[in-house]
Design a protein around this ligand. Structure first.
Ligand SMILES: [Mg+2]
Length: 423
C-alpha cells in the first residue's frame, strides 16, 4: 500500500468464486471487462482486495486458470489469513489476534462427533479454520446442535455455512467482515482510509462484509439464496447495498456506476476508440486501449484500413526500439510491418489479452514510463511478459508516441516457441 501517496480513491473488496469469477463464463468476458476498467482507471490510485473462502493453495490454483488481476491484499480462508502484495507477505498481527481464546484441537475433537460433517481436504484445514462439507437438507439441525455443543464448552467460535455445501468453524474474531474491519482500522491509524469502499459477494460467508459501516455493497445478480435471505432479514433498509441485475464482475462494474464511485465504462466495451468520446488521457489508459485494439486486430474484429495503419505508424516512434523477450531488438518502424502481417491470424480463436499491474511514473516533463504484465492466452496456453513502455506526448494534441518497448518473460510463463509472441 506504500505505493499510494495518499488515501486510496476506491477500495474494492471482492469475493472470488461466482463474484469476481464467473465459473459459468468459459471466456471470462465479465472478468476481462473488469480487468481493463481497473487497469485503465483505478490501479494507480486504488486498492484491489480479494476476500475468499479459498486457502492459499486453491487460491493459487484459481489464479493459474483464470485471468485474475494481482490484488493489493488477499484475504483467504474466510478472513483468517491476510497477505499483502504480489509476494503475499502474511499479516502476523492478524494471526496473533486470532489465537486469542482459540483452541483448534478441541474444535476438531467436537466436530468429529458429528457424522454428517464430512471433512474438507487437508489443504482447506487451516490454523484458524476447520472446514467440512455439509448437505443442505441437514444443515439447520447440525448447525444448531454444533453451536450448542461448542457454546457449552465456552469456545469463542463462529460457524459459517456457505453455498449450501461448506461449513467452516473459525475463531469468533475471524471472518470476512472482521478481517475487513481490521484492515480499515490499520488504514485509519495511518490516515489512509479509502475515500470509498465497495464490498462484493454472492454467498453466506460474504454477508459479514455488508455489515461494515460506511461501505457500499453489491450482491451480484447470481447471489445465493442464503445471502439474499440474510439481506432481507438484516439489511433491507440499507440504501448502500445493491442487488445487481448483472452477474459476477459485470455486477461489480454496475455497482461502481450505481454508487458513482468513478469511471464505469470498461474500455473493453468501447468498440471503436476513434469515435469514442471518453475524454481520458493517461499513460495507463493508453496501454490498455492499445492492447485491446491489438487483440481485436489479430482476431480480425476491427477493419483493416489504411487509416488505422497510418495511425499506428504515427504513434510508434520510427527510431525507437522493441526488445523481444528472447532478447532480439528491432526498430519500431519494423513493428508496424509485423502488426500489419498479423492481422486476423487469431481469427475465430479464443485469443485474449489482458494487462495486470499497470503502473506509471512520470520521468520527464512529457515522458512516462509504464510497467505492466502483458498476458496473452490462446485457449489453454498462457504466456506473460513483464513489459516496460516509454511514452511521450505529442505537442498540442492529446495523444502518445510509443518510444520504446522492452519485454522479459515472467518465470514459468515463457513460450517454448518464441516466435508465437509479438509485443
Ligand atoms: Mg462466492
Amino acid at each position: 500500500m506504500d505505493r499510494l501517496n495518499g488515501p486510496p480513491h476506491l477500495m474494492i473488496v471482492s469475493d472470488l468464486d461466482f463474484t469476481m469469477v464467473d465459473h459459468e463464463d468459459p471466456e471470462n468476458l465479465s472478468l476481462l471487462r473488469f480487468n481493463s476498467l481497473w487497469e485503465a482507471y483505478y490501479r494507480q490510485v486504488s486498492l484491489l482486495v480479494y476476500s475468499t473462502g479459498r486457502s492459499p493453495t486453491i487460491y493459487k490454483q484459481l489464479r493459474k486458470v483464470k485471468p485474475l488481476l494481482t490484488p493489493d491484499i488477499t484475504i483467504m480462508s474466510v478472513g483468517t489469513e491476510i497477505a499483502y502484495g504480489e509476494s503475499m507477505v502474511s499479516d502476523s498481527d492478524w494471526e496473533h489476534c486470532l489465537n486469542l481464546n482459540w483452541n483448534r484441537d478441541i474444535v476438531f475433537q467436537e466436530t468429529a462427533k458429528f457424522s454428517l460433517l464430512i471433512p474438507q481436504p487437508d489443504t482447506e484445514q487451516r490454523p484458524h479454520k476447520v472446514s467440512f462439507f455439509l448437505e443442505k437438507p441437514n444443515s439447520s439441525e447440525v448447525i444448531k446442535a454444533l453451536s450448542e455443543r461448542l457454546e457449552k464448552l465456552k469456545l469463542d467460535v463462529k460457524i459459517i455455512y456457505s453455498n449450501g455445501t461448506a461449513l467452516d468453524v473459525l475463531p469468533k474474531g475471524a471472518g470476512k467482515g472482521q478481517a475487513l474491519a481490521y484492515l480499515l482500522r490499520k488504514f485509519k491509524a495511518k490516515g489512509r482510509i479509502p475515500l470509498n469502499s465497495l464490498v462484493c459477494g454472492d454467498s453466506g460467508n460474504d454477508a459479514e462484509l455488508f455489515t461494515i459501516p460506511e461501505v457500499y455493497g453489491v450482491m451480484v445478480s447470481n447471489a445465493q439464496e442464503e445471502l439474499l435471505q440474510w439481506h432481507a432479514e438484516n439489511a433491507k433498509i440499507n440504501p448502500n447495498i445493491f442487488h445487481s441485475s448483472e452477474r459476477c464482475a459485470s455486477g461489480i462494474i454496475q455497482a461502481i456506476g450505481k454508487f458513482t464511485l468513478g469511471p464505469n465504462v470498461s474500455p473493453r466495451d468501447i468498440s471503436d476508440f476513434g469515435k469514442c468520446r471518453v475524454n481520458f488521457f493517461s499513460p495507463g489508459y493508453e496501454v490498455v486501449k492499445f492492447y485491446l485494439f491489438y487483440e481485436r486486430w489479430r482476431r480480425a474484429e476491427v477493419e483493416k484500413s489504411d487509416q488505422i495503419l497510418q495511425n499506428l505508424k504515427s504513434s510508434f516512434y520510427p527510431l525507437g526500439t522493441f526488445v523481444h523477450p528472447c532478447g532480439t531488438e528491432q526498430p519500431m518502424n519494423k513493428c508496424t510491418d509485423t502488426i500489419e502481417r498479423l492481422y486476423g491470424d487469431k481469427r475465430g480463436k479464443q485469443y485474449q489479452i489482458w494487462l495486470d499491474r499497470v503502473l506509471t511514473s512520470q520521468v520527464g516533463s512529457d515522458v512516462w514510463l509504464v510497467k505492466f504484465d502483458k498476458w496473452e492466452s490462446t485457449g489453454e496456453e498462457r504466456y506473460c511478459c513483464l513489459t516496460t513502455v516509454l511514452l511521450t506526448t505529442k505537442q498540442a494534441e492529446e495523444s502518445f508516441t510509443w518510444m520504446h518497448i522492452h519485454q522479459t518473460w515472467l518465470d514459468g510463463l515463457e513460450a517454448k516457441d518464441q516466435s508465437v509472441w509479438f509485443l
